[in-house]
Ligand binder design. Sequence first.
Ligand SMILES: *Cc1c(COP(=O)(O)O)cnc(C)c1O
Length: 380
Amino acid sequence: MKFETLLLHTGNEFDPATGALSAPIQNASTYRQADPFVRQPFDYLRSGNPTRRALENVVAALEGGTRGFAFASGMAAVTASLLGFLSKGDHVVFSADLYGGTYHFAESFLGRYGVEHTFADSTDLAALGAAFRPETKVLFLESPSNPLLKITDVRAAAALGRKHGAFVIIDNTFMSPALMRPLELGVDVVVHSATKFLGGHSDLLAGCVVTNTPGHAEKIYAVQNLLGGVLPPQDAWLLMRGIKTLAVRMKAQEETAASLAKSLSGVPWVKRVHYPGLPGNPGHDILAGQASGFGAVLSVEVDTVERVKRIIEKAHLWSIAVSLGGVESILSYPARMSHASVPPAEREKLGITDTLFRLSAGLEAAEDLFEDFLQAGDII
Ligand SMILES: *Cc1c(COP(=O)(O)O)cnc(C)c1O
């Protein structure tokens, strides 16, 4: 089955009890037990829920995994995937160019529980290899990176992680399973902020974790059930609805991102365009070898902070906002928004300058988006 078909035919697309062509929303917090000595499939909402289960099965199928877990946010998914594996004395290697919240979790939380960490440039396999220690338990990757869209060779990085005896987790939010299925590349656990492309409509906060290893699934389930950051049934249903159109949205948004990357490259006051779909981009060939597309997010560096201010003030079609992956185009300013919690010196080192914008292409016409960006930035 092709991915487009799978999106609508994972086996969870209708209610077996009534034939309704949409999984029902089941809100009950508790269930009548026929016999407390016999385990029923569901007993309590935190521990399991039919609507959430249907979503979890859908996400597992899309990633080519055997078990999926739905959380109340991407951060709940990221932290559950890590906490499922870590104990005092363990060490984690993280991709250096990381989602701001994950960076903050590593910096301000893990150490308090006796877990050490190292940030390494995962796009440089020699640098990545040098970061492992005998006690490294987890390699946590993010690719494409945020916000510079740097590409990690996921197959090679996962092999390196395994060679050092580490579990490999990847944040696949930017690609989505429509473009990349990391379990097929040797990764153990995939996490998503489903708030972004999976949900796709900027109206939902959710996170997912998928694995194909039963032992890992048990560990993640234990964290989901004990820490309790579960996705409520209404939101699980809304996310399932959004997922049905993932392939068509991703295809259209990617085309727009590619067109914008090309036209923005020709604008005199745009100094650099970071988009792995551009032929000269250092990650282009690697991404082409591990994914079926280049994604709908790009970033651009303009010439001056004055230009930044002008664009923020004058853009109409582009919403100035955090987040990405929705049907409406979003322009974000990482230095003051998504990466505000990263110290300025660290930000500068990562290349997240004060003149960098991140663009998430939505479903508007590419020409309109380009013209709006241009009129906002052009000083008349
Ligand atoms: C947004 C995001 C997260 C966090 O997800 P929330 O749903 O906001 O909790 C994690 N990783 C990446 C790459 C993201 O873009």
